[in-house]
Structures are given as structure tokens and as C-alpha cells.
Design a protein around this ligand. Structure first.
Ligand SMILES: NC(=O)c1ccc[n+]([C@@H]2O[C@H](COP(=O)([O-])OP(=O)(O)OC[C@H]3O[C@@H](n4cnc5c(N)ncnc54)[C@H](O)[C@@H]3O)[C@@H](O)[C@H]2O)c1
Ligand SMILES: [Zn+2]
Ligand SMILES: [Zn+2]
Length: 371
């Protein structure tokens, strides 16, 4: 057993508690023990903390992590101690129809286990004395160590800084992948991105990489809109000051955009994205709403104008391909991860990081662990 510090979710709207937990020092046959170097703080963690999503307690939050392999299970191939890895929050069984057809983010087994914050055998790996502690999405990156299924530890090159790499574990892959994998945005497209947080700014980066000719961003924060410009936006809309859909129409000669991405998780901004697309256009839901929230759209318009409304989970990524590819693009200077890291904190500062996120400040706070 290894003793480790972790930030534990004890119930909605309660601060995370810093506790000493134990984790096995020997991974199971198909598992990997990782010492975390860094973890981003994502709005999905905040959804759990705010009680937007029913989440069992006690549980170690955090799902945007990178670190160094400590030990691998007896059946694990292609990974060894000291390898640098980014953690994936959709482990894949590599056997179900979704995994076999190249859509690991839809893995049946992950849906039944990791999305309940337990491992493929249905059990947690962490303990607080005699009590079991779950790991958020079978990652739990707000802890010094994580045990993950082998398919959730993706090896990356050793020269990439792990604080920036951690963000590839969620926001970056989610945002870029929504554009390149889910929507398949073509060069010359017009794109709207609603919400310029960690995820939305990566949608902007993805649209720039895909060669979009017009990238319109909308947010209620002037600071976030300015950041949108630095990541590649051509036009900004402060949707607190002007009507979002009317302004998009004015910027596109009344036509609407080819693609709209919602990266907040609110029903009215999802509806606005759908209204802002052209005939035959595609609206992509990336932001995640609180449990039970519904949207309202006009199905006559949907059929009459062949509008498409689609969802994107984890940027429809195949993590073993997408993570190293994005890291290469970063190392070549074509994807900006440095500007995404707006604060670096020790684990003990995690509750303040959520307070800043609630105020809409910064892009990503990164927890750094002692290496
Ligand atoms: N689909 C996926 O796989 C996936 C993965 C990760 C995160 N998410 C979800 O994406 C969403 C965004 O996550 P994030 O980490 O970027 O959050 P964030 O808090 O960093 O960013 C949210 C942004 O939305 C803006 N905003 C808030 N209310 C607004 C409004 N009414 N109009 C316009 N802008 C508004 C904020 O100013 C902020 O810039 C969350 O719902 C999160 O759960 C989805
Ligand atoms: Zn996330
Ligand atoms: Zn599967």
C-alpha cells in the first residue's frame, strides 16, 4: 500500500477535503499505477461539486491528469515504469462493438463502470481507512497517485511538459476533437463557438487548425472574448450586451454559420447555436447540462432545412492516436497549450481554483504535484 494525499468530494456544495488515502502498490494485471505530475481543474469537476450531476461520495475528483508510470500490471504491454502518460477518462475495453468500430469514447464497459467512478471489476481502488473511495471517471487526478485501466494511460513523448500535457487529458482533446473528429469542419467554413472557457478556446484552436475562414466567439466575459481572439477568433460577440443569434446573422449576411459549437452547457445557448446555423448546417453540443435539463427546438425547421444537431463526447477521440498527435502539434508550435495554463497551484489550493472558475476567471488552473 502507498499512502497519498488527495482532495476528496464528500457531498455537493461541500468543500473538497484533503485526506490521506491508501492505494495498492501493485497494479492489477491490466492496470497501471501512475504518480500524478499535474491535473487541470475542469468545469465537469465543478458540475459534480455543485450537485449538477448526481455523484457518489466519498470520491477523489479530477479527470484531466498527466504523470509518470510507477508500475504496470502483469498483462500490460507497451508501457513501463518511468513512461510519461496522459490519463484518459474513458478507458476502453477494446472488445465491445463501440471500441471495435473505433469509437472508444462510447465503450459499453466504460459506461457501466468508469462513468460510475469504479473500475472494470465494479470496485474502487482507493481507501480511507476501512472505507472505499471512488475515483472520478476511474481517474481521480486530484490525488498524488492514480490506478487506471491500461487503456486509460496513454504514453507521450518525454520532452513535453506535464502541466500542459495534463490539459490534453480533457479540455484540449474535447475542444479540438469536436471540430476535427466529431464535426469534420472543412477548410473555408464559418464557425461559431459559444463559451470561451478551457473547452471553448480549444474549439477555437481546432477551427483554426481546420482552416475555418470565419471564427465567431461568444461569451459574457470581455476577458474571455479577448482570449478567444488570441486563440484564433475573427469576430467576438458579448452575448450579455447584444442578441447572439441576430449578431451571428448580421456577421454572415443573414445566412448563419456552417457549424456552431456550444461549450458551456446551458439550454438557451444550445438552442441559440441551433438557430444560428445555416440551412444544412451542424450544431454540436459539447457543453454538458445539469441532470434533467431539456432543450426546445423546432422539428419542422430541422426537417425542412436539414439542420443537424449532434453531440460530442471527449471530442470523439481515439486517445491513443489523438493525445500524442496533439502533443506533437504543441511541440511544433501549432497548438497553444502554454497560454491555457493561467494558474499553477498545490493540491491544497483546489477549493480556491473552483471559486475562481465560478467567477469565470482564467482558463485552466493546474495543480502541480511534487515530482
Ligand atoms: N462533451 C465533453 O466531452 C466535455 C468534456 C469536458 C467538459 N465538458 C463541458 O464543457 C463545458 C465547458 O467546460 P469548461 O471547462 O470550458 O468551462 P469553463 O468554466 O472554463 O468555461 C465556461 C465559459 O462559458 C462562459 N459562459 C458562462 N455563461 C455564459 C452565457 N450565458 N453565455 C455565454 N458564455 C457564458 C464563461 O464566461 C466561460 O468562459 C462544461 O459544461 C463541461 O462540463 C464537456
Ligand atoms: Zn473535463
Ligand atoms: Zn468497449
Amino acid at each position: 500500500m502507498i499512502t497519498m494525499n488527495a482532495a476528496v468530494f464528500v457531498g455537493p456544495n461541500e468543500p473538497l477535503e484533503l485526506r490521506e488515502l491508501t492505494i495498492p502498490s501493485e497494479p492489477g494485471p491490466q492496470e497501471v499505477l501512475v504518480r500524478l505530475a499535474a491535473s487541470g481543474v475542469c468545469h465537469s469537476d465543478l458540475h459534480a461539486l455543485d450537485g449538477d450531476w448526481e455523484t457518489p461520495a466519498p470520491l477523489v475528483l479530477g479527470h484531466e491528469g498527466a504523470g509518470v508510470v510507477v508500475a504496470v500490471g502483469s498483462e500490460v504491454t507497451g508501457l513501463e515504469a518511468d513512461d510519461h502518460v496522459i490519463l484518459s477518462w474513458t478507458p476502453s475495453c477494446q472488445k465491445c462493438e463501440f471500441c471495435v468500430s473505433g469509437r472508444p469514447v462510447l465503450c459499453q464497459l466504460a459506461n457501466e463502470t468508469a462513468y460510475q467512478h469504479v473500475f472494470f471489476d465494479g470496485k474502487p481502488r482507493l481507501r480511507d481507512g476501512d472505507e472505499d473511495v471512488r475515483s472520478f471517471l476511474a481517474v481521480g487526478s486530484f490525488g498524488e497517485y492514480a490506478m487506471v485501466p491500461a487503456s486509460a494511460a496513454i504514453k507521450i513523448r518525454r520532452d513535453a511538459p506535464l502541466a500542459q500535457a495534463a490539459l490534453v487529458g480533457c479540455a484540449v482533446t474535447t475542444g479540438i476533437g469536436a471540430v476535427t473528429n466529431t464535426a469534420g469542419v472543412e477548410p473555408g467554413s464559418t464557425v461559431l463557438v459559444v463559451g470561451c472557457g478551457g473547452v471553448g478556446l480549444n474549439v477555437v484552436q481546432g477551427a483554426r487548425l481546420a482552416g475555418a475562414k470565419q471564427i465567431i466567439v461568444a461569451d459574457v466575459s470581455a476577458e474571455k472574448l479577448e482570449l478567444g481572439r488570441t486563440f484564433g477568433a475573427t469576430h467576438t460577440i458579448n452575448s450579455r450586451e447584444v442578441d447572439l443569434v441576430e449578431t451571428v446573422m448580421a456577421l454572415t449576411d443573414g445566412r448563419g454559420v456552417d457549424y456552431a459549437f456550444e461549450a458551456i452547457g446551458l439550454p438557451f445557448t444550445i438552442e441559440a447555436c441551433y438557430e444560428a446555423i445555416r440551412r444544412g448546417g451542424t450544431a454540436v453540443v459539447v457543453g454538458q447540462v445539469a441532470d434533467g435539463v431539456k432543450i426546445s427546438i423546432d422539428p419542422f425547421v430541422m426537417s425542412d432545412q436539414e439542420k443537424r444537431l449532434i453531440g460530442s463526447n471527449y471530442g470523439s477521440s481515439r486517445q491513443s492516436i489523438d493525445f500524442p498527435k496533439i502533443i506533437d502539434l504543441y511541440m511544433e508550435g501549432r497548438v497553444d497549450l502554454d497560454s491555457m495554463v493561467t494558474d499553477r497551484i498545490p493540491l491544497s489550493g483546489v477549493n480556491e481554483a473552483f471559486a475562481e472558475m465560478r467567477k469565470g476567471r482564467g482558463i485552466r488552473t493546474v495543480i502541480e504535484y511534487d515530482a
